[in-house]
Design a protein around this ligand. Structure first.
Ligand code: 3DU
Length: 217
């Protein structure tokens, strides 16, 4: 994924026309559009190819299964036109390696969740986040998903993965994180949903975020 703006739209709307309209409006400000269960379950897998004309598509299915099932899932998602798939890291090295192997064969990307951005991530996930980051680097994944709500954790994860992997970071805006703070901490991209798609003027909201990050990218 090429970094031009540092912004990824999380498009968690559930209406096809709305999804297309928002994508059209913000396409000049985003490097990718992340879609997941809310949109795909309500509209269908063909939403992926329909939106791919506006930006590369990251499929956030947080895949978390045994190696063979991970591979089968990623195969279908890439076939549908996605450029990248987000997988969970807690399933371990073999599950991750199966997804990365397939992605490399197809010149696609896998992003691995280390720890999530919500408060409940402190219950279990944060304790294993650093181990998952190391595993993602060892497996040569394209990058990790790390929390914009905790820039200090992003900085920690950057130290572990070095500069070969990217960090994409959700939690800006509605969840309380700041785009410029997390970019300064070491993230390559911020992932922003509600602050853009619920804004009266989504393009303006996206532009504001891009302008805020510009000097740190
Ligand atoms: O909070 P927002 O509306 O900006 O959306 C954030 C998006 O990122 C949303 O799709 C959510 O499912 C995803 N995400 C997280 O928020 C936190 C994570 O750790 C991983 C993904």
């Amino acid at each position: 994924m090429e970094r031009k703006t540092g912004l990824i739209l999380a498009l968690d709307v559930t209406d096809r026309m709305e999804a297309v309209a928002i994508s059209e409006k913000v396409s000049g400000y985003v490097d990718a559009i992340k879609i997941g269960y809310p949109l795909v379950l309500s509209t269908g897998m063909d939403m992926i190819s329909q939106l791919s004309k506006y930006a590369p598509i990251i499929a956030d299915f947080k895949v978390a299964d045994i190696p063979n099932t991970n591979r089968l899932i990623c195969e279908q998602v890439f076939k549908a036109g996605a450029d990248a798939v987000i997988v969970q890291g807690f399933t371990g090295h073999d599950s991750l390696e199966a997804a990365v192997k397939l992605a490399k064969e197809q010149k696609k990307d896998i992003y691995v969740v280390t720890e999530m951005s919500h408060p409940g991530a402190l219950d279990f996930m944060q304790q294993v986040g650093e181990g998952i980051a190391k595993m993602a680097a060892d497996a040569k994944a394209s990058g990790v998903v790390a929390p914009a709500t905790r820039p200090e954790r992003v900085a920690e994860i950057r130290k572990i993965i070095g500069n070969d992997l990217s960090i994409i970071s959700p939690g800006v805006g509605a969840q309380g994180g700041s785009a410029s703070d997390v970019i300064k901490a070491g993230a390559d991209w911020v992932i922003v949903g509600r602050s853009i798609y619920q804004a009266e003027d989504p393009a303006m909201a996206a532009k504001k975020l891009v302008d805020e990050m510009k000097e740190f990218i």
